[in-house]
Design a protein around this ligand. Structure first.
Ligand SMILES: [Zn+2]
Length: 468
């Protein structure tokens, strides 16, 4: 058996977490009292104030809200009507950052939305309303094809609108932002329908060859304020470095966002609660961050990195905990930091806690702005499991009843025990990457195509804005 120098603290942390229901109590307040906590809703500010008060009560230091100014989105009314060959209204929702719409057009069925199909059928797409689903490996492509990639490809092929179909039966429509990379309003309307209504539209197209629809909506973008909630467990060393753990707290407005993200949010709070008891004993600082407005473009974490750029070289590690309490096979996903692998493997043995370890990179949560700034990053992720999509995530069914106290405890304990070790280590084997090194990490076959695509979408937006 591997010697564990932290055995007593590990036992206290685990005993504390496993004899308390606080993680679930906090989740219940966040979801049942404050609702979705989506950017611009009253529950968002209530949640931020609630978490600040909790962190203060737990004994954390320097607890404060950092305001975020951004272009947010307000959901209006939306209507999808089939105009011909029959007349029928189909239930739908707008995708966040969709512009107001009054659009008539023909649907172009792009099925699963494979990248190659968008290339080869670009001429047919021009001027039409693209219909595609949330299948994450369309056309056998191995990497996760994100909603925004399909939207971007439709946009660049000249589509006039975008209909996103949930690929899970019985889950209703799935939401998700379509904001351009630098925020603001999306160029063409994007709406979402259920699996069943998508299948209906596809059958209609097959039988009649052409289906004309009208989409109207009163959604709008406007300036808003959100808040990051930050708290410290200050390190005692003269040259204290920082280990950060964070999760966003905003869910999508159609949902409680209980799994994504709140199960991760409360796991951060729970780790803060149990670690706060070691105030004044750790050499390095542990900083807890609850991010605002992740769902519509990683806005809170991006602004944090921008506003604290000079401090990035002090961060030993950023541990992302988005949805951490709700995911199965919890392990650690390192964003290509091979030098950290042995360390984490040794800790797994020392902790007598088997957790998987994976090295990969993606752009879809709050670790990303840190990764782009060169900070060593990783997160609690599902390791060794193949995903077919988000499941209940981003639907109205991502509710409290799907989350277990056991899941929350596992996430909190894993994060707290790792943070304890990172904050206590004499030496830290990695440091800030240069921008060239960051580019090299992103320049691998898995990410290259996606990175290039989003660069093209970004350029497309810039050209469109200049033309206006
Ligand atoms: Zn999330």
């Amino acid at each position: 058996m591997t010697h564990n120098p932290f055995l007593t603290i590990d036992q206290q942390i685990m005993g504390d977490v496993y004899t308390s229901t606080k993680a679930m109590d906090n989740l219940t307040v966040l979801c049942d009292e404050f609702g979705s906590r989506f950017g611009g809703t009253p529950g968002e500010k209530q949640a931020a104030e609630f978490m600040k008060a909790k962190l203060e009560a737990y004994g954390l230091k320097n607890v404060h809200l950092e305001p975020i100014e951004y272009i947010g989105w307000r959901r209006g009314e939306v209507k999808l009507e089939i105009v011909s060959p029959i007349q029928k209204v189909i239930p739908c929702i707008s995708l966040p950052h969709s512009p107001p719409a009054d659009l008539t057009g023909i649907i172009m069925d792009m099925g699963d939305g494979a990248p190659d199909d968008f290339e080869t059928r670009a001429e047919e797409i021009a001027g039409k309303i693209v219909l595609t689903n949330s299948e994450v490996n369309p056309g056998g492509v191995k990497r996760w094809i994100h909603r925004n990639e399909k939207y971007g490809r439709a946009l660049m092929a000249g589509a006039s609108g975008f209909i996103f179909v949930n690929h899970y039966p019985g889950y209703g429509p799935a939401t998700g932002g379509i904001a351009p990379e630098d925020g603001g309003e999306a160029l063409i309307p994007g709406i979402s329908v259920s699996y069943e209504d998508g299948a209906y539209l596809q059958r209609l197209i097959k039988r009649h060859g052409q289906v004309n629809i009208h989409i109207s909506s009163s959604d709008k973008c406007e300036p808003m304020t959100s808040w990051n909630v930050i708290a410290d467990l200050p390190g005692q060393s003269e040259n204290a470095q920082v280990i950060m753990m964070g999760s966003h707290y905003d869910g999508h407005d159609i949902s409680q966002g209980a799994g994504d993200p709140a199960s991760g949010t409360v796991a951060v709070l729970e780790a803060a609660r149990v670690l706060a008891k070691y105030a004044g004993t750790l050499p390095h600082t542990i900083r807890f961050a609850l991010w605002g407005v992740e769902e519509i473009g990683l806005i809170g974490s991006t602004q944090y990195v921008t506003n604290h750029l000079a401090e990035m070289n002090q961060i030993r590690f950023y541990l992302n905990m988005d949805s951490a309490g709700a995911i199965s096979n919890k392990g650690i996903v390192l964003n290509q930091w091979p030098k950290l692998a042995d360390l984490f493997k040794n800790w797994s043995q020392e902790m007598a806690l088997e957790f998987g370890l994976e090295q990969s990179v993606n752009a879809h949560s709050d670790h990303y702005p840190f990764l782009m700034a060169g900070v060593p990053t990783g997160g609690i992720g599902s390791v060794g499991k193949k995903f077919s999509g988000r499941g209940y995530g981003h639907t109205k069914y991502d509710t409290l009843d799907k989350v277990t106290l056991t899941g929350l405890r596992e996430a909190a304990v894993l994060a707290a025990r790792l943070a304890l070790r990172i904050a206590s280590a004499d030496e830290w084997p990695v440091s800030l990457r240069s921008q060239d090194e960051v580019t090299a990490v992103l320049d691998n076959p898995d990410n290259k195509e996606e990175t290039e695509l989003f660069n093209r979408v970004h350029a497309f937006y810039q050209a469109a804005r200049q033309a206006n």
